[in-house]
Each structure stands twice: as structure tokens, then as C-alpha cells.
Write a protein of this length. Structure first.
Lengths: 293, 315
């Protein structure tokens, strides 16, 4: 294959990564932005979504598409419920203290990982794609499902944006983010908002996982990479900034796709990790964020 | 205060004497465990100097432990260095990396500091994997018995290994005790409690925190190098994120900001996992549940709670 089509293939793979990463990272950014909680267990919510998708598609009879659509609806709800429970049982009792919540979410990470290992097992299992369509480009054929993933992610992102910008729920969330005490004074049930945001963040990770699981198998350790990549996205985009997170997801997903095709993936990861650490040291507001408190 | 000092010395020297006596009494299996616990406790003590006393929660201490391990292991295995030189190299690698990380990461505080240290440690772990032809990656390097001889003592023998671990632990414990009772130790605590106020009193927070982090890195490096020498194995797993979490767990369990807490936490956690693995294979659950229970119900750990309940002299 010539260089041009090869680059195009790398970019398309990168775009799929970006789409899924944007959903996952948006969840992390939302939780950090509104609650000021660094959720180290975020990758495990992603994993939980993928594992739940395997269970749902295995249980539901009929064509793969039926099971997949059921998974796409049920898994985020289930994962969101787990997250809301974790928020009520653990994070709320800690008063959302940054140090304590980080330690607690590390604990949660291990508990969820062990639960998946015990109930689901150490195997990596595939989930069948809802449809198999091959889009024939002049140079190579490309999976139609991967293109559908990009489109679906875009739809969900637009939905979240509408929720935040145009609805009363979004208004309440933004009010809580800007000033928790003032929001409380105006009669907003801050604790319910927090539980909802934590569930929404986890649910977004689960949607991303259900979308990706036909491409990448479900495994109990699959949460680590999305966690680190989401951290990178949130840092490069500026902690707590949602628009920055979207742009950063695109940047990191595309460069990850291109670099891993042309160079050693390990070297790419080392350089990316160091780069992000230095961004956080020297530009804590993110690459395109404004300087803020 | 004199009575307090006498109690403190009696307690800590008593613990060391009990550990010395334990070797004669304990069966070989438990003596081996205890040697491992003492080395891990040195690592946790180093973590405690940064986290418990100075208030720096690092999520990347495996970088310094791994630096000690590989700083010792690579020259010994590849260049044929002696154990003594390897130990010094490991110590220097731990301290040096802590200095480098500190110079960058200490420009940030709180959550950003945690993530920066986490990222640096991840980059270090990946670097070890990237150079697999030399480091042998996940598979690791086995250090030859012939190379594990320090000052004529064969560290692969059970008895000498125990004594070497105890010697390292005793040195680390006494230095730690002297440190926290020194004026500098009190400045470290002042940084934890109120950085702005200590700045106003004329202390430079950056330099104090950097010094504490380097000391912490030296402890971790020493523990890593000793671990490799005593148990004859150097592997990438020791630099993974899990080894950044373990000292945090030990310190939280034993009591952050107490001298004996890291040892107590390491011993209890080690045996908790050991016992649990007899009942269930779910040892990740034990680690996770322990973290959750501690942070929810006993954030000060065992010794921290005892100190609140009357043993106010506990350092």
C-alpha cells in the first residue's frame, strides 16, 4: 500500500479511538469539573460496561443487533446505578475530600476488578457486531461498524452537550459546579446532583465500552488504558473544561492512531505520558484553556 | 518531656530487640516473611516521610522503588558489579530520580501533584518494558547467588538474609525517628498542616518538600536495592502502579505520620493477604476493601487512632 492510503487508514483508526476516548474522557471531565473528584475507578466503569455487554448479548436471543441494542441501553444504566451506589456509600461519607476520594476510588478500582475476575473470569471474550458491512474504498475495504461507532459517539456527545446547555438538569449541574454553597442556598439538592453526575460520568464510559467491545474483546483488565488516556485528555484539555476535553480527545486519539502505526506503541506511550506530565507541570490550565483558578 | 523521650526510645529499641529475638523463635517460613516485610516497611517508611509527615501524596513511588531495584540489578547482572556497589547505585538512583521528579512535580500541589507523579511512574514502568532486551521486562532478571555476597556475608542464606533485612530496617527506623524529632522534621509537619503560615514564618516550602521527597526516594531506593539483593529477583512488576499503591495502603493501615505505622501496616497487610489467599483467590478484593474501610472508618490508621486515644507521645 502507498503512503497516502496507509496514512488514511491510520487516521481512520485514530478517529475510532478518538470517538470512544472522547466519550470516556468526557465522563471523567464531568465528574472532575462538577464534583472536583479524581475518579481513578473510571477505567473500571468502562470495563464493567464491556463485561456487562457480553452478558447481555449472550443472554438475549435473536439476531446480534437485538442483543447489542439492548446492551447499549441496559449497560450504561446498570453501570450508572453502580456508580450512584458507590457515590452514596463511599464518596458522600468522605465529604468529597480530594485526598480521601482518590484513595477510595483506588480501593473501588480493586473491588470492581476483582468482581469482574470472579464473576466473569480471566478470559477475553468477543461480542458480535450488530451488523457486518464492509465499505469498499478505492484502496482498501473498511469496517462499516467502525464508521458507525464514530457516528454513534458523535450523537451521544451532541446529546450530552444539549443536556448541559439546554435543559434544567444541565443548568443545575453547572450551577453546582460554579458554586456549591450558593446552589444549596437556592434549594438545589447538591447530593443528588453529585450522585447523578457520578452516574452520568460512569454511564458515558459504559456507552464507550459497549461501542468498542465488538472491535476489542471484553477483559477484566481492559480499564487501565482508557483510564490513562482519559487522564491525558482531561489534562491536555484543561482540568474540568469540557470543550477542551473534546479537542484533546481528537488530538490524542488521532496521534495515538498515527504514531502506533508508524512507531513502536510502547515508545509512543512513553513519550505521550511524559508530554502530558510536563503539560500539567508547566500549563496546568491545559493547552488551550484560559488561565483560571 | 524527658519521660516521653525515654518511652519513645524504649518502645522503638524494644521493637528492634523483639525482631532480633524473633529470628531464633520463628519457623523458617515466617522468618522469611518477616524479612520481606521489613524491607517493604523501609519502602513504606520512605513513603510516609513524604505522605504522612510532609503531606505529599505521591501515586508514583514505584518509580523510586523500581529505580533502586534496577539501579542495583542492572550493573550487578550486566556489568558484574559487587553487591555493595550495586546497593549504592540503587540508593543513588532512587534519590536522583526523586530529585528530578520533585523539581518538576513540586511546582504543582494536591491533585495535580498526584497525577504528575502517577504519569512519571507510568513512563518509568513503560521505559523498563521498552528496554526489554536489557531489563528482560516482565520476565525479570534473576541475580546470581555468587553476586549476592556483601562484605563476605552470603545474602541468599536465610539467617544472614534476615539479619541484613533487620540491619537495614533498624537503620531506617532510627534515622526516621531522629528525623521527625529534629527541627527539620517539625518544619515538614508544618508544611503539611499549613503551608502558607510556614512560608510566612520564613521557611521555603519548595525546598523543604523537595528535601523530604529526596529522602523519601532514598528510602525507596534503598528498599528496592535491598529487595533485589536479598531475594535475588528484579522484575518490571515491582515498578508497576500496584507497587505505588501498596506503601499507601501500609501507611494508611498502620497510621500516617507515625514512625512504626509503616512496619505495622506492612506486617498486618502481608499476613492479611497471606491468610485470605488460603480462603479465597480474591486478594485484589482484600486490598480494595482494606483501602475503602480505612479511608471511611479509620483515616488515621491504627497508631494514629491510638495516639488520639491517649498515647500522645507516640512519634
Amino acid at each position: 500500500m502507498d503512503f497516502g492510503p496507509f496514512l488514511l487508514l491510520a487516521l481512520m483508526e485514530g478517529l475510532v479511538t478518538s470517538a470512544v476516548l472522547a466519550l470516556t474522557a468526557l465522563g471523567l471531565a464531568l465528574v472532575f469539573g462538577v464534583m472536583r473528584v479524581v475518579n481513578v475507578a473510571h477505567g473500571e466503569f468502562f470495563m464493567l460496561g464491556a463485561v456487562a455487554a457480553w452478558f447481555v448479548t449472550t443472554w438475549i436471543p435473536g439476531p446480534p443487533a437485538a442483543g447489542f441494542i439492548a446492551a447499549l441501553v441496559l449497560c450504561p444504566l446498570l453501570v450508572g446505578a453502580v456508580a450512584a451506589l458507590a457515590d452514596t456509600l463511599v464518596l458522600k461519607r468522605l465529604g468529597y475530600d480530594p485526598d480521601a476520594t482518590i484513595v477510595a476510588t483506588i480501593g473501588l478500582l480493586y473491588v470492581l476488578q476483582q468482581a469482574a475476575l470472579s464473576l466473569y473470569g480471566p478470559e477475553a471474550r468477543p461480542v458480535e457486531a450488530p451488523f457486518t458491512l464492509r465499505v469498499q474504498l478505492p484502496w482498501f475495504g473498511y469496517s462499516g461498524y467502525k464508521l458507525a461507532v464514530i457516528a454513534a459517539a458523535a450523537v451521544v456527545l451532541a446529546g450530552v452537550w444539549l443536556l448541559l446547555a439546554r435543559t434544567r438538569i444541565g443548568l443545575v449541574m453547572r450551577a453546582t459546579q460554579i458554586d456549591r454553597e450558593m446552589a444549596r442556598a437556592f434549594g438545589i439538592n447538591v447530593e443528588r446532583v453529585y450522585a447523578g453526575v457520578f452516574a452520568l460520568g460512569a454511564g458515558l464510559a459504559a456507552v464507550a465500552a459497549v461501542l468498542i467491545v465488538p472491535i476489542q474483546q471484553a477483559h477484566y483488565l481492559m480499564g487501565q488504558d482508557p483510564l490513562l488516556l482519559s487522564f491525558m485528555v482531561v489534562i491536555v484539555g484543561g482540568l474540568g473544561s469540557l470543550r477542551g476535553a473534546l479537542v484533546a480527545a481528537l488530538l490524542i486519539g488521532l496521534s495515538d492512531g498515527v504514531i502506533s502505526v508508524f512507531f513502536s506503541p510502547t515508545l509512543a506511550k512513553i513519550l505521550a505520558t511524559l508530554f502530558v506530565a510536563l503539560v500539567l507541570v508547566f500549563r496546568p490550565q491545559g493547552l488551550m484553556g484560559r488561565r483560571a483558578a | 518531656m524527658n519521660g516521653g523521650a525515654a518511652k519513645i526510645w524504649a518502645l522503638h529499641l524494644g521493637v528492634l530487640a523483639a525482631l532480633l529475638a524473633a529470628q531464633a523463635v520463628l519457623p523458617a517460613y515466617h522468618a522469611g516473611n518477616l524479612a520481606r516485610i521489613m524491607v517493604l516497611a523501609v519502602y513504606a517508611m520512605g513513603f510516609n516521610i513524604a505522605f504522612g509527615y510532609t503531606g505529599l501524596l505521591s501515586l508514583g513511588h514505584a518509580l523510586f522503588f523500581g529505580a533502586g531495584l534496577y539501579g542495583m540489578g542492572m550493573p550487578v547482572a550486566l556489568a558484574g558489579w559487587g553487591a555493595g556497589a550495586g546497593l549504592v547505585a540503587g540508593l543513588a538512583a532512587g534519590g536522583g530520580l526523586a530529585l528530578a521528579v520533585g523539581l518538576l512535580a513540586l511546582r504543582r500541589a494536591g491533585v495535580s501533584f498526584m497525577i504528575v507523579t502517577l504519569m512519571f511512574a507510568q513512563a518509568g514502568y513503560l521505559t523498563i518494558l521498552y528496554y526489554t532486551p536489557y531489563t528482560r521486562g516482565e520476565e525479570g532478571i534473576v541475580i546470581d547467588r555468587a553476586a549476592r555476597v556483601l562484605m563476605g556475608l552470603d545474602l541468599s542464606q536465610d539467617a544472614t538474609r534476615y539479619c541484613a533485612a533487620l540491619a537495614l530496617f533498624a537503620a531506617a527506623l532510627l534515622v526516621n525517628l531522629a528525623l521527625v524529632r529534629s527541627p527539620f522534621g517539625r518544619v515538614m509537619v508544618a508544611m503539611r498542616e499549613n503551608e502558607e503560615r510556614s512560608r510566612m514564618l520564613g521557611y521555603d516550602p519548595f525546598r523543604v518538600k523537595l528535601a523530604a521527597l529526596v529522602l523519601s526516594g532514598l528510602y525507596a531506593g534503598a528498599a528496592g536495592a535491598a529487595y533485589g539483593l536479598l531475594f535475588g529477583y528484579v522484575g518490571a512488576g515491582f515498578a508497576s502502579i500496584q507497587y505505588s499503591i501498596l506503601p499507601l495502603l501500609y501507611v494508611l493501615l498502620g497510621g500516617a505520620g507515625t514512625v512504626l505505622g509503616p512496619f505495622l501496616g506492612a506486617a498486618l497487610m502481608f499476613y492479611l493477604i497471606d491468610l485470605a489467599s488460603g480462603v479465597t483467590t480474591a486478594h485484589l478484593l482484600v486490598v480494595g476493601a482494606a483501602l475503602l474501610v480505612l479511608v471511611l472508618f479509620a483515616p488515621k490508621g491504627i497508631l494514629g487512632t491510638l495516639r488520639d486515644r491517649g498515647l500522645t507521645w507516640l512519634p
